[in-house]
Design a protein around this ligand. Structure first.
Ligand code: HEC
Length: 120
């Protein structure tokens, strides 16, 4: 190996190490699933999401809770990944639901919030 190719491989090795640590920092955050149009539009998913919304979310985000506990949701501004992340991991005073609802259930909540049926 020439000195030059040695330093190239050293650089490559440290880039690889950096990548590995970046991956670890994200490690406790679940990546968002892929939301297909079909999943988001399926009436059964929207209906299931609505039930969970009524049980767990409405008392903070619902019409009757205003003003105060939580912001009014603005579904038209959200991408599925954003809603999924907030529901999964929480944010400041927004509780996390990953211990309460499995991945599929959280995806159904997202489908409901982004559906035309959504009503806070
Ligand atoms: C204890 C009250 C509470 C409950 C219960 C709650 N939330 Fe929240 N939620 C909040 C608060 C407070 C915020 C604002 C967090 C911030 O941005 O500081 C929030 C933020 C959000 C946001 C992001 C809104 C935005 O525009 O930034 C979404 C989406 C959301 N909640 C969905 C839900 C869903 C779905 C549920 C039920 C599974 C739920 N929340 C249950 C309090 C609550």
């Amino acid at each position: 190996m020439t000195p030059c190719s040695l330093s190239v491989s050293l650089v490559l090795a440290s880039v690889a190490a950096l990548w590995a640590t970046a991956g670890q920092a994200e490690g406790d955050k679940e990546p968002a699933p892929a939301f297909s149009e079909d999943f988001l539009a399926a009436p059964a998913n929207i209906e299931a999401g609505k039930e969970m919304w009524k049980e767990q979310c409405r008392h903070c985000h619902g019409r009757a809770a205003y003003p105060g506990k939580a912001p009014k949701l603005k579904p038209r501004r959200y991408k599925p990944d954003f809603v999924y992340d907030r529901v999964t991991n929480g944010f400041r005073k927004m509780p996390a639901w990953k211990e309460v609802y499995d991945r599929e259930e959280r995806m159904k909540i997202v489908a409901y919030i982004l559906s035309k049926d959504f009503s806070p």
